[in-house]
Design a protein around this ligand. Structure first.
Ligand code: SF4
Length: 344
């Protein structure tokens, strides 16, 4: 048996923090949600940015794709995602694609935003693209002696010209990795190395602190290959308020070291869930891990609710059932009623 715990940042660590129960059943029993509602826009955003970057590289680093070309590409990719069972919530294909395109190439001009241009033009392209980063860290718990942390970087940018960030993460406690976004000014200089992470959510997301810790840990994973970046940038592509779309996260030695320690603490929690899964899977409680101290029904946040409604484990999930309460006539709530054939 391997002596190493392999942990992917988004697939394991963040998913476990959102709901240990859903993560454990998906990871260790292979029970995936029957459809992934709401994920569509996030996939389209990531694909759009990756495709725009590749397009620019393949056209001699001189020409950006037009909005029409982007829409055409998104239509192709939408079909692939649909075939994989990924769905939109309320809007049609055209509405979804137009919305993503408008966020990157806003009307009336339909030209790429300055921040889109900055990341597309500054994207570092090596012979082997910097996508997957990993690091082995010694750690002794749960019968294992090392942790292999892996992360997938959206893009590493070497700035080609100055860029001003009007929203900055201000660290208030380096050791516990706490902070808050403030309206300050941070200016990227030509040559600055940055990790950019695209988010399909709005900037007011309840997971903001987790996202900041994620990119700071990515800085630690990148360090062995390129050194520490100057800053990380969260790009909330679907944020309607342009001033809040970019969040610059300054990187220092102290926060990077704290991020690795914090991540190892999360791996320890995750390992406990795995051991519990092997002994008594029914005992793993659902709900947001950060809200473990609250009564069951209060552990489902608005963001988790969107995951719960398509979760295959919701029918006997005490957290979600408590959150929903009884149905209209005192029976099962329609969302967890196994006889509700229109939903299931
Ligand atoms: S229904 Fe919600 S709280 Fe329950 S296991 Fe699924 S995702 Fe977690």
């Amino acid at each position: 048996m391997s002596d190493v715990i392999e942990v992917s940042y988004t697939g394991d660590l963040l998913a476990h923090r959102r709901c240990p129960r859903a993560w454990a059943y998906e990871k260790h029993v292979g029970m995936h949600p029957y459809e992934q509602v709401q994920a569509m826009e996030g996939y389209l955003v990531h694909h759009a940015m990756e495709w725009l970057t590749t397009y620019y590289q393949e056209h001699g680093r001189k020409v950006h794709a037009t909005r029409d070309e982007l829409v055409e590409q998104l239509n192709r990719y939408f079909k692939i995602l649909w075939g994989k069972g990924i769905r939109t919530t309320f809007s049609s294909r055209d509405e979804t694609i137009e919305r993503v395109a408008d966020h990157l190439y806003p009307p009336p001009k339909g030209q790429p935003l300055p921040e889109v241009k900055a990341v597309v033009e500054g994207a570092l392209h090596e012979e082997y693209p910097l996508r997957s980063v990993r690091k082995v860290v010694p750690a002794r718990f749960g019968g294992k002696s090392r942790v292999l942390l892996t992360g997938v970087l959206d893009v590493v940018v070497q700035q080609q010209s100055a860029l001003t960030y009007n929203r900055v993460w201000q660290w208030t406690d380096n050791e516990n990795l706490e902070g808050t976004p403030v309206g300050g000014t941070e200016i990227a200089q030509k040559g600055d190395l940055e990790i950019w992470d695209y988010k399909g959510t709005r900037s007011s997301t309840g997971y903001l602190e987790d996202y900041v810790r994620q990119v700071v840990t990515y800085a630690a994973l990148l360090e062995d290959r390129l050194g520490l970046p100057k800053r990380c940038v969260l790009f909330f592509v679907n944020e309607p308020d342009r001033k809040k779309r970019l969040l610059a996260v300054p990187i220092t030695r102290a926060v990077v070291d704290s991020a690795v320690d914090w991540t190892l603490e999360q791996v320890r929690d995750l390992r406990q869930t795995v051991l519990q899964m092997q002994v008594d899977p029914l005992a793993i409680e659902g709900g947001d891990l950060r809200l473990r101290h609250l009564p069951l029904g209060d552990r489902v946040t608005d963001e988790l609710k969107a995951q719960c409604t398509a979760c295959g484990q919701r029918f006997d999930c005490s957290a979600y059932r408590s959150f929903l309460g009884p149905g209209k006539r005192g029976g099962e709530h329609t969302d967890v009623d196994t006889l509700n054939v229109t939903k299931n």
